[in-house]
Design a protein around this ligand. Structure first.
Ligand code: ADP
Ligand code: ADP
Length: 229
């Protein structure tokens, strides 16, 4: 029942080793929080899973598909794996609705009416259906990040990757994004979240993966993790 299997993963930038022999297995429906100091490789790990980066050694298998150097499986993987970044990365010249409709139509050939229905469904889910016709610049940071989550969900991914989704937000907007993530977790979505929000980790994570200097140095249940002196 593994959905992600990572074995002896290596990633280098020139002579610098960003990921050093990472092993990580994720079961279907599992919620993993990845934490660790800045520069420890958290973002690189997430980006390798989504094929934003290509790894140099080891294996990544996502839902039975081996991610290798062949570019042709990028599309297949991006269909399964949704990603939410620190910066919201919405298209500024498209409305919220259009932002959510774009990928399903262009990458998956979904009919326009169905893409619209899906978009409204997920915008309702993140509680901003009334913002559908606005442009990203007219929304708060927290609202934009919820749109980014809705947009990823419109591709009906099996896995959601989050890379510090609340780090760029004003403090008062952090919770509205975390609440959305908690809800998603409650529905059984497989989630890998890079975050410094330890409250979220404690409440939601099945496992906390602690990285340092490109290695996983600890993996534990939140109960053990937070019980340490
Ligand atoms: P984290 O997400 O834990 O802060 P990153 O995965 O972003 O860490 O980065 C890990 C290390 O790899 C850092 O030292 C960073 O400077 C380096 N790094 C990341 N991306 C690149 C890149 N494109 N080129 C060179 N070095 C990079
Ligand atoms: P984040 O904290 O969201 O991971 P970063 O500031 O670490 O963002 O990285 C932003 C971008 O810069 C990424 O594309 C990353 O690959 C790249 N990057 C990070 N560190 C380096 C580096 N030392 N040299 C070149 N590119 C880097």
């Amino acid at each position: 029942n593994q959905i992600i299997k990572i074995e002896r993963l290596e990633k280098r930038y020139g002579h610098f080793t960003a990921l050093n022999l990472i092993n990580l297995t994720v079961r279907r429906g599992e919620r993993i929080v990845i934490c660790g100091p800045s520069g420890s490789g958290k973002s690189t790990l997430i980006r390798c899973i989504n094929r934003i980066e290509e790894h140099d050694g080891g294996r990544i298998v996502v839902d039975g598909v081996e991610l290798d150097g062949k570019l042709k499986n990028i599309d297949a993987i991006r269909r399964e794996v949704g990603m939410v970044f620190q910066s919201f990365n919405l298209f500024p010249h498209l409305t919220i609705l259009e932002n959510c409709m774009l990928a399903p139509i262009q990458a998956r050939g979904v009919a326009k009416y169905e893409a619209r229905e899906r978009a409204m469904h997920f915008l309702t889910k993140v509680r901003i259906p009334d913002q559908a016709d606005k442009y990203p610049g007219q929304l708060s940071g927290g609202q934009q990040q919820r749109v980014a989550i809705a947009r990823a969900l419109c591709m009906q991914p099996k896995i959601m990757l989050f890379d510090e989704p609340t780090s760029a937000l004003d403090p008062e907007m952090v919770n509205e994004v975390l609440d959305t993530m908690v809800e998603l977790a409650g529905e059984g979505m497989t989630m890998l979240c890079v975050t410094h929000e330890m409250g979220f980790a404690k409440e939601v994570a099945d496992r906390i993966v602690f990285m340092d200097k490109g290695e996983v140095i600890e993996e534990s249940a939140p109960k053990e993790f937070f019980a340490r002196p």
